[in-house]
Design a binder for this molecule. Sequence first.
Ligand SMILES: O=P(O)(O)OC[C@H]1O[C@](O)(CO)[C@@H](O)[C@@H]1O
Length: 553
Amino acid sequence: MPPASAPLTEKPEWHALLQQKQQLESVLMRDLFQTDPKRADRYLIKGAGLTLDFSRNRLTDETLTALSDLARACNLPQRITDLVTGAKVNRTENRPALHTALRQPAGDSVWVDGKDIIPEIHATQARMEQLDQAIQSGTKTGHTGRAFTDIVSIGIGGSFLGPKLAVEALTPFWQGNLRCHFVANIDGTDIAETLKSLNPETTLFLVQSKSFRTQETLDNSLIAREWFLTNGGNQDAVAHHFMAVTANTDEAVRFGIHPDNIFPMWDWVGGRYSLWSAIGLPIALMVGMDNFRALLAGAHAMDCHFKEAPTEQNLPVVMALLSVWYNNFWSAQSHAVLPYDEYLKHLPEHLQQLDMESNGKKVTQDGAPVDYETGPILWGGVGANGQHAYHQLIHQGTRLVPADFVIPLTSHNPVGHHHATLFANCLSQARAMMAGKTEAEALQELIASGLDQNAAAELAPHKAIPGNKPSNILLMAKITPETLGALVALYEHRTFVQSVIWDVDCFDQWGVELGKQMGNEILPRLIDNEEVGSAGDSATDNLVALFRSANRR
Ligand SMILES: O=P(O)(O)OC[C@H]1O[C@](O)(CO)[C@@H](O)[C@@H]1O
């Protein structure tokens, strides 16, 4: 028998799954439902306020057991313990990844380099609460004494996507009359358009950057400060209007942020896992600290479920194993996330960074090239709009696109029959993907509608839908801080479990760095007045020349 550390594709559990795939190739899900009336019940699992219906997948109990065996063979239980106890799971950066600690209650202990980090996390939350209360009560105002009306969060990547998702998703919980704006892009339009509607006297800027070295964030913050100074502000007043969240306090102070206005981040929090830290300030200020704590509590409930639930009842583990199943055994190239809730419209964007920056890797933890596919392309958008766009490809295209439908049972906006209609749309899409329509059924329908045999036979192949397309449905009672926290934590753990199976470091992102480095080399060639040498290739040089002539001053 190969040792436990055998490469993934040499493990017997991998081969068992290859056999499963062969057995299931000609099996139709619609038949599985027909022969097993308990299928829907068996594949409905719950945790942390979320319900996962994974019955519409190409699997049987045997497959599920084989997937669980693979997880055990990859040491998943130990790897989960390592994650939550602060082992250095980010091996290439020699760091723990302790986003779970950010949502642990006071009184718990998690140790990093001999120091319990929980007290510092809660002290930071207390500072966030003070700021929230001071803004709400009017004791913290702009430099002229006027109450803040607008918050501008300047950050990108993980310092942007998570807070933006949560602020939008929790719109029904917004307090007071504060408005929140996000600026991320280095396209000047982003900051310019945002500033147009703002009054410098009543605007608070949050510079959000773990490293405080990210060009987009620093350049946008400089423009914001310049705008503030040229529109009635002054150097002393900057301290009233600019705050930062960063792990690099020295740089933030050098930039001009007052030390009292800096909230800490820690190198043991990955950017894309950071909305639970002070990077979540825009959320806390918009929905209040009680709701922010409820968000943390929802995520913590999912952490407990993740640590404690048996593999086949464990929501993130099952979802991750299903992703591996389709990615590695059925050649699915992508995965769709389809939130059937307007408030969750930014979920796919956040998950794109979470999943693709984490698992877009091509070497194992030991640096050996993988001989299997790793992270799929994650995409999606809000339902039912997608039904009138890309669902056609899911139903009748040549590619296999497993999908997650995410839908609350009740709506914050119960207008007319809208929510029932939305729910019906969601169920019908999942059912159509699963059951499809055979050519014989299409033919029968066409003849019944009055078409003659020949015309019906001609049309039937176009109307036949193959079905057998897998999907999950994730439900929650309503979108609340708790259920949102659980949902986002669920996907974080799903991402981690996939990385454990694929044996990749899901907490680094070296690929992003090369583009940043090259960008820094190209920029002077675009803006310096004197002649510049080659950027290294003629294609880049040609376009540098075009840009220079178009922007000659
Ligand atoms: O918070 P920072 O340091 O500005 O980084 C922003 C983002 O840039 C990245 O390093 C690369 O995109 C992300 O991982 C991170 O969330």
